[in-house]
Design a protein around this ligand. Structure first.
Ligand SMILES: [Zn+2]
Length: 122
């Protein structure tokens, strides 16, 4: 189980709503050992194309980067094949938030695409 800070979740929800109907893509910062997500890092990406549009070569070589977040303009938070390929490449924890962009429409996965629990902390 991973923990995510309430402010980070709020930022994710806001960014996803603002980017809709395009996909929002971001990177998660935190502590992988303690399984804490405490930062949303907005990265250079081409919004509205697909997940593979994250320009990984432009990412800071930061130990804090532990995974990814992206939104689905549909109501399905199921990872696509493309998502699964990307999950394996960039970090250990991956969040997909689907319409209507609420905590209940959000799912968290490991790098193999297995669902993992996400706890919201203050
Ligand atoms: Zn996706």
């Amino acid at each position: 189980m991973y923990s995510i800070k309430k402010e980070v979740l709020g930022a994710i929800i806001e960014a996803s709503k603002n980017t809709f109907p395009e996909e929002f893509i971001g990177v998660l910062g935190g502590n992988i050992k303690n399984k804490i997500i405490d930062e949303l890092i907005v990265v250079p990406a081409t919004f509205g194309t697909d997940f593979s549009a994250i320009h990984t070569h432009l990412l800071p070589m930061d130990q804090k980067i532990i995974g990814t977040i992206h939104s689905h303009p549909s109501t399905s938070s199921r990872p696509s094949q493309e998502d699964l390929n990307a999950f394996g490449k960039l970090g250990q924890v991956h969040i997909i938030i689907a319409k209507p962009f609420e905590p209940s429409s959000m799912k968290c996965f490991d790098s193999k695409g297995n669902t993992v629990k996400l706890k919201i902390t203050g």
